[in-house]
Ligand binder design. Structure first.
Ligand code: SF4
Length: 329
């Protein structure tokens, strides 16, 4: 698929990442990922702190953890908890058809996972816990089903690959929902079969049974059941074993065309992937050569080999992420 054939996902982004100098000190955060994504994504930038009336520049705010979380500006001792919660609620209820979020890592407003919670407002006050910022918490509470990440974590290849895959499959699925067409859903399932197999083979089969629709249910009922399983499937990235299953399955399409030497080469390369010598995308490039050479139509149309625009696979990005993975259980 060419880049033009992918629908543009809608992504809400913390405005200080590549869009505006709205950080407390008037700075902007640079992100190579976001720079490149601008061509492929419809971004909706928002700065929660500016929205609640804090100017630029401003004195920093922090989260104090007592019984509840409080958003405090230590220099003035003003509290912004209520205004941030009200903003978050109003903003979130105004959104529709959003496929993902990119939030500023560690921010007391936008952070998702590692924001510091302090003991009190005094300078140098101890950090007693870490968690989401107040706006970030509202995003996690309301949008745990879609593609939500921080700009810092997106420097990590595996996290970025999963986020992009989820983002583009959810965007594609949103178009299927809007089409109100059972045939479109059948096509969606068929084109995503290997990708869904990599994510969760059992769920992929259940989804196939839903699409077959033996009880002749309405489109609305079918799409609702299907969506529930789709969301569940793409919660966590596929593991090595699942990818190997899919790649072995793909080999089956060439069993009559490949010579025994070529099959041995394919299995050797697969072993290199299994041992961690080569990354998945290198192996996928090998299969794509076979798909073109043998004009294998079924595999050619599989999103597994092209889950998002090709240009997004080739980021030359230094992985600065050294933290934990937060895949949902
Ligand atoms: S982290 Fe969020 S609230 Fe803070 S400057 Fe960036 S966009 Fe604004």
């Amino acid at each position: 698929m060419s880049a033009e054939e992918f629908l543009k996902p809608k992504v809400v982004i913390s405005k200080c990442i590549e869009f505006d100098h709205c950080r407390w000190n008037g700075n902007i955060i640079t992100s190579k990922v976001v720079k490149i994504l601008k061509n492929y994504v419809e971004f909706h930038p928002v700065c929660a702190e500016v929205e609640i009336g804090l100017g630029v520049p401003r004195d920093p705010i922090r989260i104090i953890k007592s019984e509840n979380l409080k958003l405090i500006q230590p220099s003035t001792m003003r509290e912004y908890t209520k205004s941030m919660e009200t903003f978050a609620e109003t903003f979130i209820s105004s959104l529709n058809d959003i496929d993902g979020f990119i939030m500023k890592f560690k921010s007391p407003s936008c952070g998702l996972y590692e924001t510091k919670y302090h003991y009190d407002e005094k300078p140098g006050s101890a950090v007693i816990e870490k968690g989401p910022g107040l706006f970030g918490k509202a995003v996690l509470d309301n949008f745990s089903n879609i593609a939500v990440e921080t700009e810092a974590r997106l420097t990590n290849f595996r996290i970025r690959e999963h986020w992009l895959t989820k983002l583009f499959i959810l965007r594609y699925f949103r178009a299927i929902k809007a089409s109100d067409s059972h045939n479109e859903l059948v096509e969606f399932h068929s084109r995503n079969k290997l990708l869904l197999m990599a994510y969760n083979q059992n769920l992929m089969r259940k989804m196939g049974r839903i699409v077959a629709n033996p009880l002749r249910k309405s489109f609305d009922d079918v799409i609702e059941e299907y969506e529930e399983l789709l969301i569940h499937s793409v919660n966590k990235p596929p593991n090595f074993t699942s990818h190997i299953n899919v790649l072995m399955h793909a080999l089956g399409y060439f069993k009559k065309t490949l010579s025994s030497q070529e099959k041995v080469f394919y299995l050797d390369e697969l072993e290199k992937y299994r041992s961690g010598w080569i990354p998945l995308f290198v192996f996928n490039e090998l299969i794509k050569v076979l798909i073109v050479r043998y004009n294998e139509d079924y595999l050619k149309n599989q999103t597994y080999f092209n889950p998002y625009p090709q240009e997004l696979m080739n980021f030359d990005i230094k992985d600065t992420w050294r933290g934990r993975s937060y895949w949902k259980k």
